[in-house]
Design a protein around this ligand. Sequence first.
Ligand code: AOF
Ligand code: ZN
Length: 369
Amino acid sequence: MTDRWVALMRQALELAERGRYGTSPNPMVGAVLLSRNGDVVGTGAHLRCGGPHAEIFALQEGAAQAAGGTMVVTLEPCVHQGRTPPCVGAILAAGIARVVIGPRDPNPLVNGSGVEALRTAGVEVVEGVEEEACRQLNRRFFHWIATGSPYVRLKMAMTLDGKLAARGGRSRWITSEASRREGYALREEYDALMVGVNTVLADDPRLVRHLALNPDPHLLRVVLDTSLRTPPEAVLLERDPQDVVIFCREGSPADRRKELEGRGATVVEVGDDGRGQCDLRQVLRWLAPHGASSVLVEGGGEVHWSLLREGLAQSVHAFVAPLVLGGREATPAVGGAGFASPQEGVRLRFVEVRRLEEDLVLIAEVERV
Ligand code: AOF
Ligand code: ZN
């Protein structure tokens, strides 16, 4: 039987992918419904935060043949009334005899009580099928729930010799069009985009969503700007300035703050990190309850360094072009003072390695220390 559950769970995982650009901060979830004799009679995916859960879609499709059947779902069904009613209630009402899940839902409102409620009602529950794959799919959700801090990914488009820009700062373009498109797709997945003020000064980026994959065009745009050097006329502030948050250190010039607020941006003062820069823990702690369960960081090298050094980045998504720029002065993918030995460095684990046109895509996760 186990092989069958694994195959069905993989199908449910594929279904869950349909929600990639719409469910945040909710997890992506997929479900497959089997009739009493084991035929697939319904499938579903959670598509949008606030919309029906995966199980509900599957039940809608296969309601007539659900009695005595099995629900295979990538996450423990919920028991709480959230934006939508509890799935456990719907599963019991449909007379389902068995529920097969990946991991338990880490959400404290659920966390095991879904399983318990099902078992108490006499439903057989099989737990832990393809558990690691299910967790990987929702690593942002698991991290955000467990820590109360957003999941942070550093996106880097670099040369083979690890530069983000050539001597003098020019960076258009290092990677191929396909890589740039994948980078834009990441903007549709993450709740917030973060850059350092040096990137604003050097590139004057708009930092918007271009691909319309996410039904929500709004993206929280965050600038780390210790002493408020963001120019009030920055292109970033031209459209939807209410989505822009600029973090600076306490005691930053009040007139600059007024100017930026006058443009519609939110300016937030945070403490010093002991090195003269913004305390990034405070930054992330502010962002989590302001709609950012995940943050995509797009440079520059100094911001990457600070987040990695502080243990605040969970993963790196690197696009590596077969190009060498060299140059002591050229911007490195990770700047800062650097570590003094390989032992002190941040150890990561490659979770994905592939070619994309002429580039390489390397996705690595920071090992938990
Ligand atoms: C499920 N199936 O497809 C999903 C679940 O506000 P709500 O009602 O959408 O509830 C959101 C929470 O429900 C979310 O934080 C997570 O714990 C769980 N998500 N549960 O049974 C689903 N998306
Ligand atoms: Zn649910």
